[in-house]
Design a protein. Structure first.
Length: 439
């Protein structure tokens, strides 16, 4: 990047200098030519004055070797030339400056002299019987530029050095803050405005990464907690089962007690298998991404669940009151079944004897609402936020006595996510609870 900035600045300076040199060379060389001719005209006037005073002997006395003086008669014959032998010179009648001077009294030209092998400026004036011509070597344009434009070259060198320094400083100013960004606190590095969007993006990415990291840590914490909870939940029934089984195996148990022991083993084994079943349901709800969704008639599902739980309800003489409209939703059958089953199951488990359960299904402003209301023990306000956590129980012994695994509402929570539904709980201690699901 630094090299790029440097080369851009240097190329720019070189281009500008080249352009200035070309433009100034063009205008300078035309000014230079005009000046040379004016000077030559002045010198010619002086030579004429000297010639008029002193005739040809003046011309012979001219010592300036850079000035060539030629005296030509009106026919073009060279009478005198201070640099060449006039007897060997050809007729000059065809020379441009001669022709012009003969016609108009004055003529100029610039031309390559084949006799002296150089380019000359010529100025010629007509006198009474002759034409006097002075000429001077015309320096080459490159030579003129080299000799006269040297201040420009010095400026160019200074400019190139300055631009290298400027490029270096500029690129350092741009690049250094980027190289030294403190990734821990990106927004504290705001050295110049243009870098701000980059810093904001880095900050956002950093926050995103931190959030992801936190989520990963939380997930692993939750998984760890879940594993230890599961082992704990399995350990208790296993102890009970192995304890009773051992007593029976040792023959310590009286015949009259075997039935009771057998029932205890059976009930603990059932609790274990229910626990394993619930764990499998949760991990399926958590791990599966593409749940098959179909159009479901919720009324049919509710009726089937109530039927399957009727024996449990009868044990406590809990009565159902159903108010079910024909409502359909698009959802995943198994998860919706588990969701409603757990709500109704809890409404029985945590109800009082001779209690009542009211289940309503209705459509309210394009939403299907399912409510399960019981007349049970209710849930304390401070526990309402936590009952959907895995293995969270308000009253541990009551949950276990009624065969609860502590996973019912966690399954409900996951089923809600799978089916894009929400839940609201209203509860009053000793009066009952209402779970309202909006699909
Ligand atoms: P459990 O298997 O213990 O019933 P859940 O996840 O289904 O586990 O419920 C978590 C806790 O929420 C229960 O232990 C209970 O304390 C409370 N709870 C759930 N439903 C009700 C209800 N209808 N009435 C009173 N308490 C309830």
């Amino acid at each position: 990047m630094k090299r790029k900035i440097n080369s851009v600045i240097i190329s720019l300076v070189v281009c500008v200098i080249t352009l200035i040199t070309i433009v100034s060379s063009i205008s300078f060389s035309s000014i230079y030519e005009k000046n040379e001719i004016i000077e030559l005209q002045n010198e010619c006037s002086l030579v004429i004055k000297g010639y008029e005073l002193d005739d040809i002997s003046y011309l012979e006395s001219i010592e300036d070797s850079s000035l060539r003086v030629t005296l030509i008669d009106l026919e073009g014959n060279v009478i005198f030339d201070n640099q060449l032998d006039e007897s060997e010179m050809e007729n000059h009648a065809s020379r441009e400056e001669f022709k012009e001077a003969k016609e108009n009294g004055y003529g100029i030209s610039k031309r390559y002299s084949s006799s002296l092998l150089k380019t000359f400026y010529y100025v010629a004036y007509k006198l009474d019987n002759n034409i006097i011509r002075v000429s001077k070597v015309a320096d080459s344009t490159l030579y003129i530029l080299f000799i006269n434009l040297w201040p420009l070259y010095i400026v160019a060198i200074v400019l190139i050095i300055c631009s290298i320094l400027l490029g270096f400083l500029l690129s350092k100013k741009i690049v250094d803050p980027i190289n030294n960004i403190n990734l821990e606190h990106p927004l504290e590095n705001n050295k110049y405005k243009e870098i701000e969007p980059l810093l904001i993006r880095i900050e956002a990415q950093k926050n995103e990464l931190m959030k992801e990291n936190e989520e990963v840590l939380n997930a692993s914490k939750v998984r760890q907690e879940f594993t230890s909870n599961v082992s704990h939940e399995l350990k208790t029934p296993l102890h009970v089962i192995s304890g009773y089984a051992e007593l029976i195996k040792e023959g310590i148990v009286k015949d009259s007690d075997v039935k009771e022991f057998g029932e205890k083993i059976y009930s603990e084994a059932s609790r274990m298998s229910k626990l394993v079943e619930d764990i499998m349901k949760i991990s399926k709800l958590e791990s599966d991404k593409d749940f098959e969704k179909t159009q479901l008639k919720l009324k049919n599902i509710v009726v089937a669940i109530v039927d399957s739980l009727m024996i449990e309800a009868d044990k406590k003489n809990v009565k159902f009151k159903l108010s079910l409209n024909d409502c359909s939703i698009s959802g995943n059958y198994d998860s919706i079944y588990s969701l409603i089953f757990n709500l109704v199951d809890n409404a029985i488990k945590y109800n009082k004897t001779n209690g009542k359960i009211t289940i309503k299904l209705q459509e309210v402003s394009n939403n299907v609402i399912l409510s399960v209301k019981d007349t049970g023990i209710g849930i304390p306000k401070e526990d309402l936020d936590r009952i959907f956590e895995r293995f969270y129980r308000v009253d541990k012994s009551r949950s276990k006595d009624s065969g609860g695994t502590g996973l019912g509402l966690a399954i409900v929570k996951h089923s809600l996510i799978v089916n894009n539904a929400t839940i609201k709980v209203e509860s009053e201690l000793k009066k009952g609870s209402t779970f309202i699901v909006t699909f």
